[in-house]
Ligand binder design. Structure first.
Ligand SMILES: [Zn+2]
Length: 94
């Protein structure tokens, strides 16, 4: 069963207990052309982790410590569920 996220969710605490859809660990990050942070997932897909309150509260992504701490953390990957092709992962940032 899919449970919709409430508005203003914490993007690293967004999963209800139980078994959510496909989850993939973060293996790196880069920024897109608009300077938004993009997490690179182990499955080959990218996922935006914008810090854009109140819609998304991803303040951890704005610091290098926060990004380092979130390496290996699993995010829900809708692209896997959709069977999308892999994204480019330039992985510019540590
Ligand atoms: Zn994926």
């Amino acid at each position: 069963m899919y449970i919709a996220r409430p508005i203003g969710y914490n993007c690293h605490l967004s999963f209800p207990p139980g078994t959510p859809p496909m989850q993939q660990p973060i293996i790196g990050y880069h920024r897109d052309e608009d300077d938004h942070w993009v997490a690179e997932l182990a499955c080959g897909h990218n996922q935006h982790v914008r810090h854009d309150p109140p819609w998304q509260n991803c303040s951890w992504v704005t610091t290098s410590e926060g990004r380092a701490q979130m390496l290996g953390f699993k995010l829900e990957c809708k692209k896997c569920d959709e069977g999308s092709p892999r994204d480019q992962q330039p992985r510019e940032v540590r």
